[in-house]
Design a protein around this ligand. Structure first.
Ligand SMILES: CC(C)=CCC/C(C)=C/CC/C(C)=C/CC/C(C)=C/COP(=O)(O)OP(=O)(O)O
Ligand SMILES: O=P(O)(O)OC[C@@H](O)CO
Ligand SMILES: [Mg+2]
Length: 228
């Protein structure tokens, strides 16, 4: 299996539900970001996922699809499929239920699948609302979830997710201390070089999403330069 993903410092998350021009995509793909993740929670379908894949594929960057459910899984033309389980929800659908439904399907390319332990910390994000995540937890509880994900479930990725807001670096620091093997992802509200550098002190891989759309490719470049 493809293991280069473990060395990525910066990845860019593109939303199939949003639009980018060809020129913007060219700038993103040549920004120095290590990979593109195609993902979102709301309004994601095989159709808009495939359309975005076709827009970005010619640049040769590693492509990851991160589906919000079985309905948006695409394997063709992509390198890896990141599949989340949310640690801090009591709704089992988002831990293992959707996965059971998905596994009724015989066409899963398991060699491309990388499981991710999500810890969702922004209650106002789409992912926070949809999964009913308990976002009011302490840094110690986040670290404990990270420890269970790493040492017990042996997830290869632990993902601290503040989608749409900049998180607390102390929380990411505590999570990083609790993990020995998993790669630690941080995503949420990174819209400057300083924020990218701050979270990259603790996270192995930082994720930039909304800033690409809200602030533009120049800001994306700053975040890349701060960590590469
Ligand atoms: C079993 C399969 C194939 C999938 C299930 C995967 C699960 C359980 C996902 C739950 C968490 C989730 C919805 C992950 C999707 C990735 C993600 C967090 C995207 C960011 O979403 P937001 O930024 O909040 O949403 P919008 O961009 O749509 O506003
Ligand atoms: O969109 P932002 O806030 O940059 O968050 C990135 C990513 O973690 C979202 O899943
Ligand atoms: Mg988003």
């Amino acid at each position: 299996m493809h293991t280069k993903w473990k060395t990525w410092a910066h990845v860019t998350k593109l939303d199939p539900d949003k639009h980018l021009t060809e020129e913007q995509i060219a700038e993103i793909a040549t920004s120095g970001t290590d990979a593109l993740i195609l993902s979102g929670t709301l309004n994601i379908t095989k159709e808009n996922m495939t359309e975005l894949r076709d827009q970005v594929k010619e640049y040769g960057l590693p492509l990851v699809v991160e589906p919000a459910g079985p309905e948006s899984v695409v394997f063709h033309g992509i390198d890896l499929l990141y599949v989340a389980s949310v640690m801090n929800t009591s709704d089992a659908r988002w831990i293992v239920g959707k996965h059971r439904d998905w596994a009724m399907n015989p066409d899963i390319v398991w060699d491309k699948v990388i499981p991710e332990a999500y810890i969702v910390l922004n209650p106002n994000s789409a992912v926070g609302k949809v999964t009913g995540a308990d976002c009011g937890i302490s840094a110690q509880e986040v670290a404990a979830y990270a420890s269970v994900a790493d040492h017990y479930f042996k997830f290869p990725i632990v993902y601290i997710e503040y989608s749409g807001m900049y998180g607390d670096p102390d929380v990411v620091c505590e999570a990083s201390k609790a993990i020995d093997h998993a790669i630690l992802y941080y995503g949420g509200g990174i819209d400057s070089g300083a924020k990218a550098a701050e979270m990259a002190r603790y996270a192995d891989t930082i994720v930039v999403g909304n800033a690409v759309y809200d602030k533009g490719v120049k800001t994306l470049l700053e975040t890349v330069q701060a960590v590469q």
